[in-house]
Design a protein around this ligand. Structure first.
Ligand code: HEM
Ligand code: HEM
Ligand code: HEM
Length: 70
């Protein structure tokens, strides 16, 4: 799917996988061990890898409610 819904009790995250693939052109930014399910994916990964990249690049959401939408 181009867009993946990541469920969280404080609001689901709508993740545009296709857009990240196209703009980053680097699967390993998220898939260290190759494409597919990400082992241990969840809160810690998201807040480090996802939010971390957005902060580093100054692009993409870093505030809770920008990702978590009820
Ligand atoms: C899931 C491939 C880049 C984040 C997946 C899946 C595949 C895949 C095959 C499994 C889909 C499914 O289960 O339906 C790729 C390829 C990439 C790429 C080939 C490079 C062209 C990225 C990037 C990110 C990312 C850059 C992060 C910015 C995710 C996430 C999931 C996922 C969060 C869901 C993981 C899970 O449910 O455990 N990807 N991906 N992917 N991908 Fe990627
Ligand atoms: C998971 C809180 C910011 C993306 C979670 C969970 C909590 C949480 C409590 C666990 C939910 C559950 O277990 O059901 C917060 C708070 C934030 C914040 C308080 C602000 C300080 C963000 C941001 C992003 C993000 C900015 C996006 C860049 C995610 C993702 C998950 C998650 C993808 C994992 C969802 C899954 O496992 O399917 N967050 N979050 N969060 N958060 Fe956040
Ligand atoms: C934008 C979520 C990982 C770079 C966004 C947006 C969301 C999001 C919700 C804003 C809406 C959108 O444009 O689609 C996530 C989640 C991640 C993740 C849940 C982890 C699974 C990453 C990583 C990087 C990255 C690892 C960089 C290595 C960006 C950039 C933008 C963005 C540059 C803004 C530019 C654009 O719209 O293409 N992300 N992201 N993200 N993300 Fe992520």
């Amino acid at each position: 799917a181009d867009v993946i819904t990541l469920p969280a009790k404080n609001g689901d995250i709508t993740f545009n996988h296709k857009k990240h693939q196209d703009t980053l052109k680097d699967c390993k930014a998220c898939h260290e061990k190759g494409p597919g399910k990400i082992e241990g994916f969840g809160k810690d990964f998201a807040h480090k890898t996802c939010k971390g990249c957005h902060a580093d690049k100054g692009a993409g959401p870093t505030k809770c409610a920008e990702c978590h939408k009820k």
